[in-house]
Design a protein around this ligand. Sequence first.
Ligand code: ADP
Length: 217
Amino acid sequence: MIAFSRVCKRYPGGYEALKDVTLAVAPGELVYVTGHSGAGKSTLLKLAAAIERPTSGSIIVNGQNLAHLRRSALPYLRRHLGLVFQDQKLLFDRSVFDNVMLPLEVSGFDRREAVRRVRAALDKVGLLSKEKARPITLSGGEQQRLAIARAVVGRPSILIADEPTGNLDPESARDILGVFAAFHQVGVTVLLATHDEGILGAHPGRVITLKQGALVS
Ligand code: ADP
């Protein structure tokens, strides 16, 4: 489902953020990417999501080699990916419901089916009772749940999340990991980066560790 083979990523300016990374994530697997800040976690996730391109090596996602992916093929790839990245801000002038509806509106979904899917996504993250609320009135953990609902409303087969527990207290962080574990349980492939290995304890899944751009375990 996701296969990195001898992947290197050098950013403009010469910094080598990933060095010779080989990694396979099986369909339906839950994998945590850990490592210190600057270890290359975000870079690895951005490569898997085709936000960045590898300098060398191959990356196969859903049977497509991202190193040679045409721009025109990106929308098709992205349809199978749910992304939870820090720079994808919630829209604070729209309701919780509308935030989750937006990706479906953009892809021109039938309105009735879209409404059904938005409610199903909100239900899965435990936010259905807050569909009319503004994101600003939600707690940090709830805002993160909303970001997850938005990412899964298109029913992706792969969910990629960069530090989704970043600014949360330990209890909310464990809660959010539980939400990802629940998607894993229904067959979604999950790739999740966190610098905080301590919160992974009780959760299922495989842990891999990056150190200065190299995979160490
Ligand atoms: P992590 O997510 O583990 O904190 P990153 O993948 O964000 O690590 O960063 C790995 C290294 O690559 C860091 O040294 C960072 O400064 C560098 N880096 C990340 N993005 C860029 C970029 N767009 N341009 C140049 N260097 C970058």
